[in-house]
Design a protein around this ligand. Structure first.
Ligand SMILES: *Cc1c(COP(=O)(O)O)cnc(C)c1O
Length: 430
């Protein structure tokens, strides 16, 4: 017996009408559509290109479907049941009309912005947004005739001063994933919506468990599912959740560009989703513990974690976000490359590497803002982005202690270590 197609693809309206369970329960129950009448707890991985029609009449019915109604259009690029299981799960979690997957987080960010801008229009992009998205906006989007303007304001009044009659869209990321500014997303979105401006937000840091952008006025919420959703550092994937108003634009343009994602990666991400609440809780707890510990170290100039009371945007953060995830940064007082090398090279548990959201702890030296950015203050000390993984917290602290000890040993050996004489030095006061 063939299963009616609607059982394979539960409409998001159906899931929206279901009694509201907590997110952890949702994540156990969601996306269980199965390609046959056997409903597996974990939906089987479905790969495929062509789906055969049983007869001519069925073929004609299928041909009438809009390609946006993927995967019912029955071609692998529009998705398989694995795709719809993942997309439905994210839409449910985000409280969105529907969600659409992309081959990477960057593709989701770039495509979402592309879908709501047009030649001749004005688009506002946060100066602190994910760096490759910023590059997409200032090169490709500009080449397409869009007037792109970057802004640093985090308050609604400040941002609203930049709105013009031809402003089409605004792109936000909060907290910013290197420098951790937290914009007043809800107030900015309200101002934008009142003027008919589309609001796109990169919500990779928080995931829908800690913040749901659409509840706070965003039209499209994008995430890199390569981070916490996948959670195991083994897949590259993006997803965009949207309001009913934004769905048509996003889906039509994504279909035209042939945007799709591999069912294998979607399967990994769906599997990762099931344990997201537990993982995120531990990442957040460990990150705050490490951030507080780092604040006590004399070599550290500042710790940038919005969950700390010392963070300048802490009030906005606690007003909007349900908690912290595992990513934050700190800035060393200016010191020599040798001192930094001693710190990084002696770490045994923290890997030096990009990305985050997996189970492992990472550190990476980064620049807070592109030096080309207008008015960007020169970065003095080295910024280090930290991802707190799922290791035992005592072991992580010990690893950092080893790093600081190695650094101090270098400072004790000679006065040549200090490179920036205008600022406080790295020399230990003891
Ligand atoms: C990593 C990241 C992206 C891009 O995701 P990929 O899946 O690596 O393409 C976008 N936004 C933020 C905030 C990220 O950290």
């Amino acid at each position: 017996m063939k299963v009616p197609i609607d059982r394979l693809v539960p409409s998001p309206q159906q899931s929206a009408a279901a009694p509201a369970n907590g997110p952890a329960t949702q994540l156990v129950q969601t996306g269980r559509n199965s390609p046959d009448e056997l409903v597996y707890v974990n939906p089987p991985l479905v790969r495929g290109t062509t789906v055969l029609a049983p007869n001519l009449r069925a073929w004609r019915e299928r041909a009438c479907l809009s390609t946006r109604d993927k995967p019912r259009a029955a071609y692998g690029r529009f998705g398989t049941p694995t795709t719809s299981a993942f997309e439905n799960a994210i839409a449910e979690l985000d409280g969105a009309y529907r969600a659409l997957c992309f081959p990477s987080g960057l593709a989701a960010c770039a495509h979402a912005l592309l879908a709501v801008s047009a030649p001749g229009g004005h688009v506002l992009v946060s100066e602190f947004a994910y760096w490759p998205l910023r590059e997409f906006a200032e090169t490709t989007l500009c080449q397409l005739g869009v007037d792109v303007e970057f802004f640093t304001e985090g308050d609604a009044a400040g941002v609203a001063r930049r709105f013009r009659p031809d402003t089409q869209a605004i792109f936000l990321e909060a907290p910013a994933s290197i420098s951790f500014e937290v914009a007043a997303v809800d107030e900015i979105a309200a101002q934008a919506r009142a003027r008919g401006i589309w609001v796109v937000m990169d919500n990779t840091w928080a995931t829908p468990l800690l913040f749901r952008p659409l509840d706070h006025g965003a039209d499209i919420a994008v995430q890199s599912a390569s981070k916490y959703i996948g959670g195991h550092s083994d897949c590259i994937l993006g997803v965009a959740s949207c309001s009913e108003a934004a769905w048509g634009r996003l889906a039509e343009s994504a279909v035209r560009f042939g945007q799709t994602a591999s069912p294998d990666d979607l399967y990994q991400a769906l599997r990762g989703l099931r344990t997201l609440p537990l993982r995120l809780q531990q990442h957040g707890r460990s990150a705050l513990h490490l951030a507080r510990w780092l604040e006590q170290q004399p070599e550290v100039a500042v710790v940038r974690a919005p969950g700390l009371a010392s963070h300048p945007d802490h009030a906005t953060f606690t007003r909007l976000f349900a908690g912290s995830s595992g990513l934050f940064s700190f800035v060393f007082r200016p010191c020599s490359e040798e001192g930094l090398g001693a710190f990084f090279d002696s770490l045994r548990l923290f890997g030096i590497g990009l990305s985050w959201g997996g189970y492992e702890s990472l550190v990476v030296p980064l620049t807070a803002r592109p030096s080309s950015a207008a008015g960007a203050p020169a970065q003095r000390g080295q910024l280090v982005r930290v991802h707190a993984g799922l290791e035992d917290i005592g072991d992580l602290v010990r690893d950092l202690e080893g790093g600081f000890a190695a650094m101090r040993a270098v400072f004790r050996e000679g006065p040549t270590m200090v490179v920036d004489r205008d600022d406080e030095t790295c020399t230990r006061s003891a």
